[in-house]
Design a protein around this ligand. Sequence first.
Ligand code: NAI
Length: 333
Amino acid sequence: MVKAVVLGAAGGIGQPLALLLKANPLVTELGLFDIVNTPGVAADLSHIATPAKVEGFLPPDDGLLKALKGADVVVIPAGVPRKPGMTRDDLFKINAGIIKDLATGIAKAAPKALVLVISNPVNSTVPIVAEVFKKFGTFDPKRLFGVTTLDVVRSSTFVSEIIGDLALSKDVVVPVVGGHSGVTIVPLLSQSSHPLPSSVDASAYDVLVNRIQFGGDEVVKAKNGAGSATLSMAYAGAEFASKVIRALSGEKGIVAPTYVNLSADAEGGAALTKELGQELAYFSSNVELGPGGITKINALGKITEKEAELVKAAIPELVKNIETGVNFVAEAY
Ligand code: NAI
């Protein structure tokens, strides 16, 4: 019995994500909240022959709190997406306020829910959610996740393209660490389940890393002003949500990269901090999942010199992004 809630459920990501959650047999209740159109999206999805009972909510009459009541898992793709020429950080001004309000609703109506943040800039929106929860005394770092799965999905696809067999892509696993924007996205290709062919020389490696880090720009450009990745993001978001839901339902041994507060696992967080050579409140690494959320944060493990350089380049950007999120909430109260 799992209740999943999507906040921003009528959007480009929200609708296909809600569809994929409706198709998940472990979900028995699906709450959809947005500032527009959720009654229609809910009515449409409710005709699909799967277990989840679907309900749509709008802001009037405490719609947010009603949508969230009893939620086990809350996924947040609410907010504005990028247009050509914009970075994820350019979205901050608008999305920060939206995330703060939605986090306030979660703190009030579903303080025990596992919260999965998709809205960009993830490196800053996750700290915003945490700071709001702290204000309400409901912050549990084990229950908060920044969704970086699209970077993982892209890595699997691009590596299998290079190997020359797209059918492999569902099996290719590449840990992606750091954060979710530009240089903070660090694929650990040396740890790929399927090694790169020897034809990949240093310059081809750089091209691949750059494509993983800036793959989102390909979509923004191709959509030509109509937004950023929605369908691939919905797929990735549903993949990650499904892992969280399977762990919640008792399945063991589930591991996924995700952007988390390192205090979620003091021991694992300390080991990771030692590897990074610097204290960081948030970082994306492979994380083990259990019924209460994060059970263990894994260390980076053996990485190449080149990967160590990429991690080093990610750190100053992450520090800045985290500070931006924390300061936003400090100034808002
Ligand atoms: P969209 O504009 O199609 O949909 C956003 C939805 O949020 C709209 O339906 C809008 O009505 C809703 N919304 C706005 N304010 C709201 C509020 N206060 N409460 C509830 N809902 C609200 O945008 P799209 O393409 O679905 O992107 C959503 C977010 O996801 C963006 O911030 C985008 O940058 C981010 N994103 C994240 C990725 C990741 O890898 N984590 C990948 C791609 C996009």
